[in-house]
Design a protein around this ligand. Structure first.
Ligand SMILES: Cc1cc2nc3c(=O)[nH]c(=O)nc-3n(C[C@H](O)[C@H](O)[C@H](O)COP(=O)(O)O)c2cc1C
Length: 366
């Protein structure tokens, strides 16, 4: 039987050519939110190398929704045009599907890049962050501003505007970032959400704002294009967000037209206690897929082609995403195809690199 990893998959109205996905990865290399040549090469190399889908990094829907000043944004024409150029290139070299992760950093914003320590911006350029409640991310950090009705509307509208821009720029799908402790995840977790209004307290109330944003984004993006959600399945902290909540949230998202859950974990609070290892988050994806009956993507220390194939072939997940493994070896997908004896189309100028990959070369359709 041929490798399941290299079979197409139907994600709502979108057919993805295979199950390999490049996970969103912040590059901290944009200027005023605008992706540049770094992103063209970074994303372009992946497009040339065989994954069915490539996700653009967490992209702020407003300037203060970015994590750092180097994060990409999708809040003005310059951002939109720059993404449009990158997508055109990616689609000229392969049959790849291109997604964007739309995000708001909430209380984790106003920081510097990881290689500068990842701490708060000091002095000029720092901003007051937004959050469901005035609970800082770390002791000693300034309190974020608890969002009032105007702030809730402003951010929801920013997500809608970014979704329209994503559509026009040519993205095939959107992933809403509800993970890793960013704003929408902050609403879900009782650790960060201490609100006493209709957006806090019960599970239903904590899910309300992320669901409102999802529905608004879903409405704003072409109906034939999928909208997915990246979800942290657990905070890995007693009393935090957990799998029970994730199942309820996934069900509500499914009912609202969500095409897929990208299942990750953690990132909300540094007290988290995680035991990592190969495929350590796959079980969460499998649980959501089985209990809710919707497509899921697994991510986290998936590095080996047989491991990836097993995840798909045994029905643990429909798609597998790699992050660090793709930075380490952008040609991972070609090598996985050789290892699994699958056919894969290479860009025509590269088609002679390995006789084992003698499939029909990809030639741009006019
Ligand atoms: C350089 C880098 C940047 C990342 N940026 C993002 C991001 O923008 N959005 C996100 O949801 N996860 C981000 N992640 C997490 C990855 O998408 C992925 O979930 C995580 O690294 C686990 O997968 P892996 O073991 O294949 O690296 C990032 C990871 C890395 C290594």
């Amino acid at each position: 039987m041929s490798a399941q990893l290299f079979t197409p998959f139907q994600l709502g109205g979108l057919t993805v050519p295979n199950r390999v996905v490049v996970s969103p990865m912040c590059q901290y290399a944009a200027t005023d939110g605008v992706p540049g040549d770094w992103h063209l090469v970074h994303l372009g190399q992946f497009a040339m190398s065989g994954p069915g889908t490539v996700f653009v990094e967490a992209t702020g829907v407003e300037p203060n929704g970015r994590i750092t000043h180097g994060c990409t944004g999708l809040y003005d024409d310059a951002c939109e045009q720059a993404f449009s150029r990158i997508i055109s290139f990616m689609k000229s070299v392969s049959d790849v599907r291109v997604g964007i992760q739309l995000s708001h950093a909430g209380r984790k914003g106003s920081t510097v890049a990881p290689w500068e320590g990842g701490g708060l911006i000091e002095g000029d350029g720092a901003w007051v962050t937004d959050a469901p409640s005035a609970v800082p991310y770390l002791p000693g950090w300034p309190e974020p501003r608890a969002m009032d009705d105007a702030a809730l509307k402003r951010v929801r509208d920013a997500f809608v505007d970014a979704a329209r821009r994503a559509d026009r720029a040519g993205f095939d799908l959107i992933e809403l970032h509800v993970a890793h402790g960013y704003l929408l995840h902050q609403f879900l977790s009782p650790i960060t959400n201490r609100r006493q209004d209709q957006y806090g307290g019960s599970l239903e109330n904590r899910m309300r704002y992320p669901l409102e944003v999802f529905k608004a984004v879903r409405d704003a993006f072409s109906s034939d294009k999928p909208v997915a959600v990246r979800l942290s399945a657990t905070d890995w902290i007693d009393g935090g967000w957990d799998v029970t909540g994730s199942l309820a949230f996934s069900q509500a998202l499914k009912d609202a037209g969500c095409a897929m859950i990208d299942v990750t974990s953690g990132g909300l609070d540094q007290r988290q206690e995680i035991t990592t290892g190969p495929g350590y988050q796959v079980g969460f994806a499998e649980t959501i897929r089985r209990e809710v009956g919707m497509p899921v993507m697994a991510v986290g220390q998936i590095t080996d082609p047989i491991q990836a194939e097993t995840i798909v072939a045994t029905g643990q997940a429909d798609l597998v995403a790699l992050a660090r493994g793709m930075l380490w070896d952008p040609r991972w997908t070609w090598k996985a195809a050789v290892a699994l004896r699958a056919e894969i189309a290479l860009p025509a100028p590269y088609a002679r690199c390995n006789p084992a990959l003698a499939a029909t070369p990809f030639v741009k359709r006019s």
